[in-house]
Write a protein that binds this ligand. Structure first.
Ligand code: NI
Length: 254
């Protein structure tokens, strides 16, 4: 009954027990999982997971950390992979000014190119925005991203920006960070965001929610995020699970 809209099972931290972890999460009540890609190899791996597990889907795209290696041929390859069965989004794509792994101009260029690819293919986008809120908004708007819509994953912006995004055909997704003690700003965002615009995720193996913070994350822990949302929204866990699952099915057309 839960939908983990953002996981990285291609990560090497799952190398030794990947199928055990995925199958256990599914048995524990995670009905759907989207594997978000970071580079071409992980696009291919995500598609392989989607073939293997009926409850897994894939997003294809190149993460801002990896765009330094992108070229036109690679973008064409992403376009081809995006036509594979069970690919439901282009992502994760965006800007990361915290790590600045690639020069900002390069990040902006490939973010825009991948938005345009998503529009060509009519697929929603999964956006990574870290310390780059204004530029992310500008690039979305310059490239008419509202035509396909999508989600800001591990949302870290303000309430005002969340309003702007929702008006622009986007969803807000929250993960483990919502359960952290210093999550005041994010709690305010969740309090404000209409339930029909909220998604939940793990971003596993990263960002493990309390009470397991510090350990490796996996999709089964998405329930801690749902519990926290339920507490903030004064809803039952089941209501949050059901609404966020239906939201994700609608956005990703599953
Ligand atoms: Ni991610």
């Amino acid at each position: 009954m839960l939908f983990d809209t953002h996981a990285h099972y291609d990560d090497e931290r799952f190398e030794l027990d990947r199928s055990d972890v995925i199958e256990r999460a599914h048995r524990s009540g995670v009905s759907y999982i989207i594997n978000a890609a970071s580079d071409i190899k992980s696009c291919e791996e995500g598609i392989a997971f989607a073939r293997k597990y009926e409850y897994m889907y894939a997003a294809v795209g190149v993460h801002p950390h990896e765009v330094g290696k992108l070229d036109e041929n690679t973008l064409d390859r992403i376009g081809q992979l995006a036509k594979e069965e069970k690919v439901v989004a282009i992502g994760e794509i965006g800007l990361d000014y915290y790590y600045d792994t690639a020069p900002r101009e390069i990040q902006k260029h490939w973010f825009a190119q991948q938005i345009n690819l998503a529009r060509e293919l009519q697929l929603p986008i999964i956006v990574h925005d870290r310390d780059a809120h204004q530029d992310s908004m500008n690039i979305l708007k310059d490239n008419k991203a509202n035509e396909v819509g999508g989600v800001f994953h591990c949302y870290s912006g303000s309430v005002e920006m969340a309003k702007e995004l929702i008006d622009y055909n986007f969803y807000i997704s929250v993960g483990g960070a919502l359960t952290f003690k210093n999550a005041k700003k994010l709690v305010e965002v969740v309090r404000w965001v209409p339930m029909e615009r909220l998604l939940i995720e793990t971003d596993c193996p990263y960002l493990t929610p309390e009470p397991h913070r510090g350990k490796r994350n996996d999709s089964s822990y998405v329930r801690f995020v749902a519990e926290k949302v339920a507490q903030i929204k004064e809803l039952s866990f089941e209501e949050v699970a059901e609404i966020t699952l239906e939201n994700a099915k609608k956005l990703f057309r599953i």
